[in-house]
Write a protein that binds this ligand. Structure first.
Ligand code: PGA
Length: 258
């Protein structure tokens, strides 16, 4: 069974004070929500602050990025064990901003995925096509290449334990959400790629989030689709009531999917 999973990616958008207040608001509202997994991913300098604010609540902590080496001369980077020390359960890897602004490749993301899993973190591995790639009819070629590259060499157990976030780049932060049909098409194709590479039961247990302009108003129609298991939320995760509103939609649909 796949339990819905809603995660908030706060990007570089809070101060210490707003991060703490937002985390407290989400933790409080999450009390009333059953049947959904929740996580917030603050800027790394506020992981500890947010970790304290959500301690004992239903909300888990996630980081937005990490480096694959455990330690050493890697100025400005954080390793998986450091994130574990800070109380992280999840780490977002290969977000489109990391891929397109910071030049991260599938090969690097793959190293990070292996290191995260080895340290006991659950990676949320992001992938998605650019607008030009969609318009050229190349969406599935790109997605397949990203899956093959970023998830190379993962064991069946490992792949079953990760989360994939399908985030069409043209829908991130643009207000242009993919239609439920467009998203479902990619999600079901992704599950098929995993089925072909591993097997049907692993493909069925893999959670695939959709990301890109998800809001309380459009969440239900997306989450209602058979292969959409949750959302990775950027802009709308910066207001507790909006983030919780999305999570409520998942709860109302009553969804554990198979
Ligand atoms: P958005 O961002 O919800 O603001 O479009 C999604 C993401 O980048 O994960």
């Amino acid at each position: 069974m796949r339990r819905p999973f809603i995660a908030g990616n706060w990007k570089m958008n809070t101060t210490r004070a707003t991060a703490a207040a937002l985390a407290e608001g989400v933790a409080k509202g999450a009390d009333a929500l059953d049947g959904v997994d929740l996580a917030v991913c603050p800027p790394s300098c506020y992981l500890e602050t947010v970790g304290r604010a959500i301690a004992g609540s239903k909300v888990a902590l996630g980081a937005q990025n990490m480096y694959h080496q455990p330690d050493g001369a890697f100025t400005g980077e954080l390793g998986a064990a450091m994130l574990r020390d800070l109380g992280c359960k999840y780490v977002i890897l290969g977000h489109s901003e990391r891929r397109h602004i910071f030049g991260e490749t599938d090969e690097l993301i793959n190293k990070k995925a292996h290191a995260a899993l080895a340290a006991g973190l659950t990676p949320i591995v992001c992938l998605g096509e650019l607008l030009a790639e969609r318009e050229a009819g190349k969406t599935m070629t790109i997605i397949k290449k990203q899956v093959d590259g970023s998830l190379a060499g993962l064991s069946p157990d490992q792949i079953a334990g990760i989360v994939i976030a399908y985030e069409p780049v043209w829908a991130i932060g643009t207000g242009k959400v993919a239609t439920p049909q467009q998203a479902e098409e990619v999600h079901s194709a992704l599950r098929k790629i995993v089925e072909d590479r591993y097997n049907g039961s692993i493909a069925n247990s893999l959670r695939i989030q959709y990301g890109g302009s998800v809001k309380p108003e459009n969440a239900a129609e997306l989450l209602d689709r058979p292969d959409i298991d949750g959302a990775l939320v950027g802009g709308a995760s910066l207001k507790a009531e909006h983030f919780l509103g999305i999570a409520e939609k998942a709860v109302k649909l009553g969804v554990e999917k198979l």
